[in-house]
Ligand binder design. Structure first.
Ligand SMILES: [Fe+2]
Length: 231
């Protein structure tokens, strides 16, 4: 049965030369190869989009996406690639939400990966996330465990999830890559069944630690395989 479960890396910076992730096509291909070896079937490609001015890069991002798909096909790398983005929250995002449709993952859920600043929660964040949900988007909050200011706000996280928001946990967080506090909170979210998607947040060949499938396997014992493995 295990082979029937899709393993989805929901958060990656693999596209070559579009953000602070992979800087060449060869590096992109090597990351995908390593991920496939690690048991990943599907990669959601989530380049950083930080403000409306980044929208002009959409044609470039799409070109890169097509080129990477084509190279994977030519080199017979059995990976499904899906184009998304990691969108940094900003106050007027809900009013501009339609422009960001390109970065949702398709389907009625309209999943869109949202990043918060690391230092402090902006006053407008709650309003923006709620407004997106009112507009029938499904915000997926990128690595909530890495925002230390959310560690004391489990009630707020649960309230967002009750309203429809999903959470994406970094597999590295569960393994202690970002320190013990983040490891503790990531595992707490899993135990509370508040983990919906997992991502490597990989930025380069060098930081691809081959533990994705193993980490998801462990989490699935707590969450149930279907909860954590499918996009
Ligand atoms: Fe990221």
């Amino acid at each position: 049965m295990e082979n029937m479960v899709r393993v989805v890396d929901f958060h990656t910076h693999i596209l070559p030369g579009v953000d602070d992730g992979a800087q060449s096509m060869e590096h992109s291909l090597e990351i995908v190869r390593r991920g496939v070896q690690d048991g990943i079937d599907t990669f959601v490609l989530t380049p950083h989009i930080r403000g409306d001015s980044d929208l002009v890069r959409l044609p470039h991002i799409r070109d890169r996406f097509s080129q990477l798909q084509e190279r994977c096909r030519l080199e017979k790398i059995p990976a499904e690639l899906v184009l998304g983005a990691e969108v940094l929250v900003f106050p007027s995002l809900p009013e501009h939400a339609e422009k960001y449709m390109h970065f949702t993952l398709g389907g009625p859920e309209k999943y869109i990966l949202i990043e918060l600043p690391f230092t402090q929660m902006p006053l407008y964040a709650d309003h923006v996330l709620n407004s997106l949900m009112v507009k029938d988007f499904t915000p997926v909050l990128a690595h909530p465990e890495r925002y230390l200011y959310l560690h004391g706000k489990l009630d707020l996280i649960e309230d967002w999830v009750d309203k429809g928001l999903k959470l994406q946990i970094n597999t590295g967080s569960l393994n202690g890559r970002y320190g013990l506090r983040i490891k503790w909170f990531a595992n707490k979210l899993v135990k509370k069944k508040l983990a919906h998607f997992f991502g490597s947040d990989v930025h380069s060949v060098h930081d691809y630690v081959p533990s994705f499938r193993e980490t998801m396997k462990n989490a699935s014992k707590v969450l149930g395989k279907q909860r954590c493995a499918t996009a």
